[in-house]
Design a binder for this molecule. Structure first.
Ligand code: 4AZ
Length: 419
């Protein structure tokens, strides 16, 4: 009885044990299957990610601008007309030289095409501005990419250049202050709307996704803006920058890693109204997103020269803000004039610069702060002259806009950014 009982007791125990083992095995195979599925999903997602990355970045070309002097080509006024036979012939000779240069180099796979953007005169000789187009590379390799292109060109330009004599000392590879849109023009006759790519360094500085200020791209990771944009709002996590013509449909949004406000800026004083923004990751330059050139500290932008201010600021004091980036074409006003009693009565310091018209009419306004005031040189390269800072209301007679003078802070910018 006792044995029988034991036997009867053993049977359900063994069954139970076997079932538990079976369950464990089944569980193992089930968790094994789940792990396998997860692994497959991860691999598929990674493959899709890599493909998307290559497709997206593979379609983003790099443009490099170079210029050099042709010592055996007399300048001809017809070079100024892109449809003249003279221009077409010169373009063909240069494109053929560029094609030969890069097709016989280590960059043959990255090189796409080139074209002459502009022909200029220098002491009767001809200077050509050429745009070279390359397939994309990773952004952090851009500097290496650039150096490689420069070395290939320099080697070629001091050697055999066929029928063209090139002054290699005139060679310049300029990566800033250039549009790749050739003739943006005015979209609206007499209006102030800009065109996509016309001001490719312009950014909108946004606090919790709301436009607060303008900012200017000065490298792929740094922007310049006004210190007063960050009064009581210094946490970089609440800020982002966007690029593109329309505020409502930006082309790119970047997060901010760090904001450096000039250590001597004291609100509400207007001196030292400058700050630099470091992006969380560098932007990839495109046809419509590019950096402006920074002038040297000793450069002087002469009074009365043409400058352009751009931004999404209001159209008049306390007015509404536009969706399309606006431009205002104006003149630099010297500090002596701007300090006259009836103008700003001595309040304009050496770190400030005035621009606009004493009769009013064109001016920056609320929301343009931090944005660029730019000027183009004889080659059509754009330099940053000022940062929108302050003014007595907007477009009033004798109250032009006041800008942070970039040359005055050039060494401060270098000390913070290395640029
Ligand atoms: C502002 O409040 C502002 N007219 C910017 C520029 C000017 C005036 C005000 C210049 O952001």
């Amino acid at each position: 009885m006792a044995k029988g009982q034991l036997q009867r007791q053993e049977q359900p125990w063994t069954i139970l044990q076997n079932r538990t083992e079976l369950d464990r095995n089944m569980k193992l195979t089930r968790s094994g299957k789940i792990a396998l599925i997860i692994l497959v999903v991860i691999i598929v997602a990674a493959v899709i990610g890599v493909i998307v990355y290559f497709v997206v970045y593979g379609k983003t070309p790099f443009y490099y601008h170079i210029s050099f002097k042709l010592t055996n080509v007399e300048y001809d006024n017809k070079f100024g007309k892109p449809y003249s036979q003279e221009y077409i012939d010169l373009n063909e000779r240069i494109v053929s030289l560029m094609n030969k240069t890069f097709q016989a180099s280590k960059m043959r796979r990255q090189y796409v095409i080139s074209h002459v953007a502009k022909v200029r005169e220098d002491n009767g000789k001809t200077i050509v501005d050429v745009v070279l187009k390359f397939k994309s590379c990773y952004n952090n390799n851009a500097a290496i990419f650039r150096d490689r292109a420069r070395n290939i060109l320099l080697q070629k330009l001091i050697g055999d250049t066929g029928s063209l004599c090139i002054d290699s000392s005139s060679f310049q590879l300029s990566g800033c202050g250039r549009r790749t849109i050739l003739s943006p023009g005015n979209k609206i006759a007499g209006g102030l709307d800009s065109a996509e790519g016309e001001w490719p360094w312009q950014a909108s500085l946004q606090q919790n996704n709301i436009h607060r200020c303008g900012a200017t791209l000065i490298s792929n990771s740094w922007l310049l803006t006004a210190a007063h944009c960050f009064v009581n709002a210094k946490d970089p996590r609440q800020w982002s920058v966007t690029f593109g013509l329309l505020l409502s449909d930006s082309k790119l949004k970047q997060s901010v890693k760090n904001i450096i406000v000039h250590e001597k800026y004291r609100y509400p004083a207007h001196d030292y109204d400058i700050a630099v923004i470091n992006l969380s990751k560098p932007v990839l330059y495109t046809t419509t997103i590019r950096k402006v050139c920074l002038p040297e500290a000793n450069y002087n932008f002469p009074p009365n020269s043409d400058v352009v201010v751009t931004g999404w600021g209001s159209r008049k004091t306390d007015g509404t803000s536009p969706d399309v980036l606006q431009k205002g074409i104006m003149k630099i006003i010297d500090n002596v004039t701007c300090n006259k009693k009836e103008v700003y009565n001595g309040t304009i310091t050496n770190g400030m610069l005035c621009a606009g018209f004493l009769e009013g009419r064109v001016d920056a306004c609320q929301g343009d702060s931090g944005g660029p005031l730019v000027s183009s040189d004889s080659r059509g390269i754009w330099f940053l002259v000022g940062i929108v800072s302050w003014g007595d209301e907007c477009a009033l007679p004798n109250k032009p806009g006041v800008y942070t003078r970039v040359t005055y802070y050039r060494n401060w910018i270098a000390s913070k950014t290395g640029l």
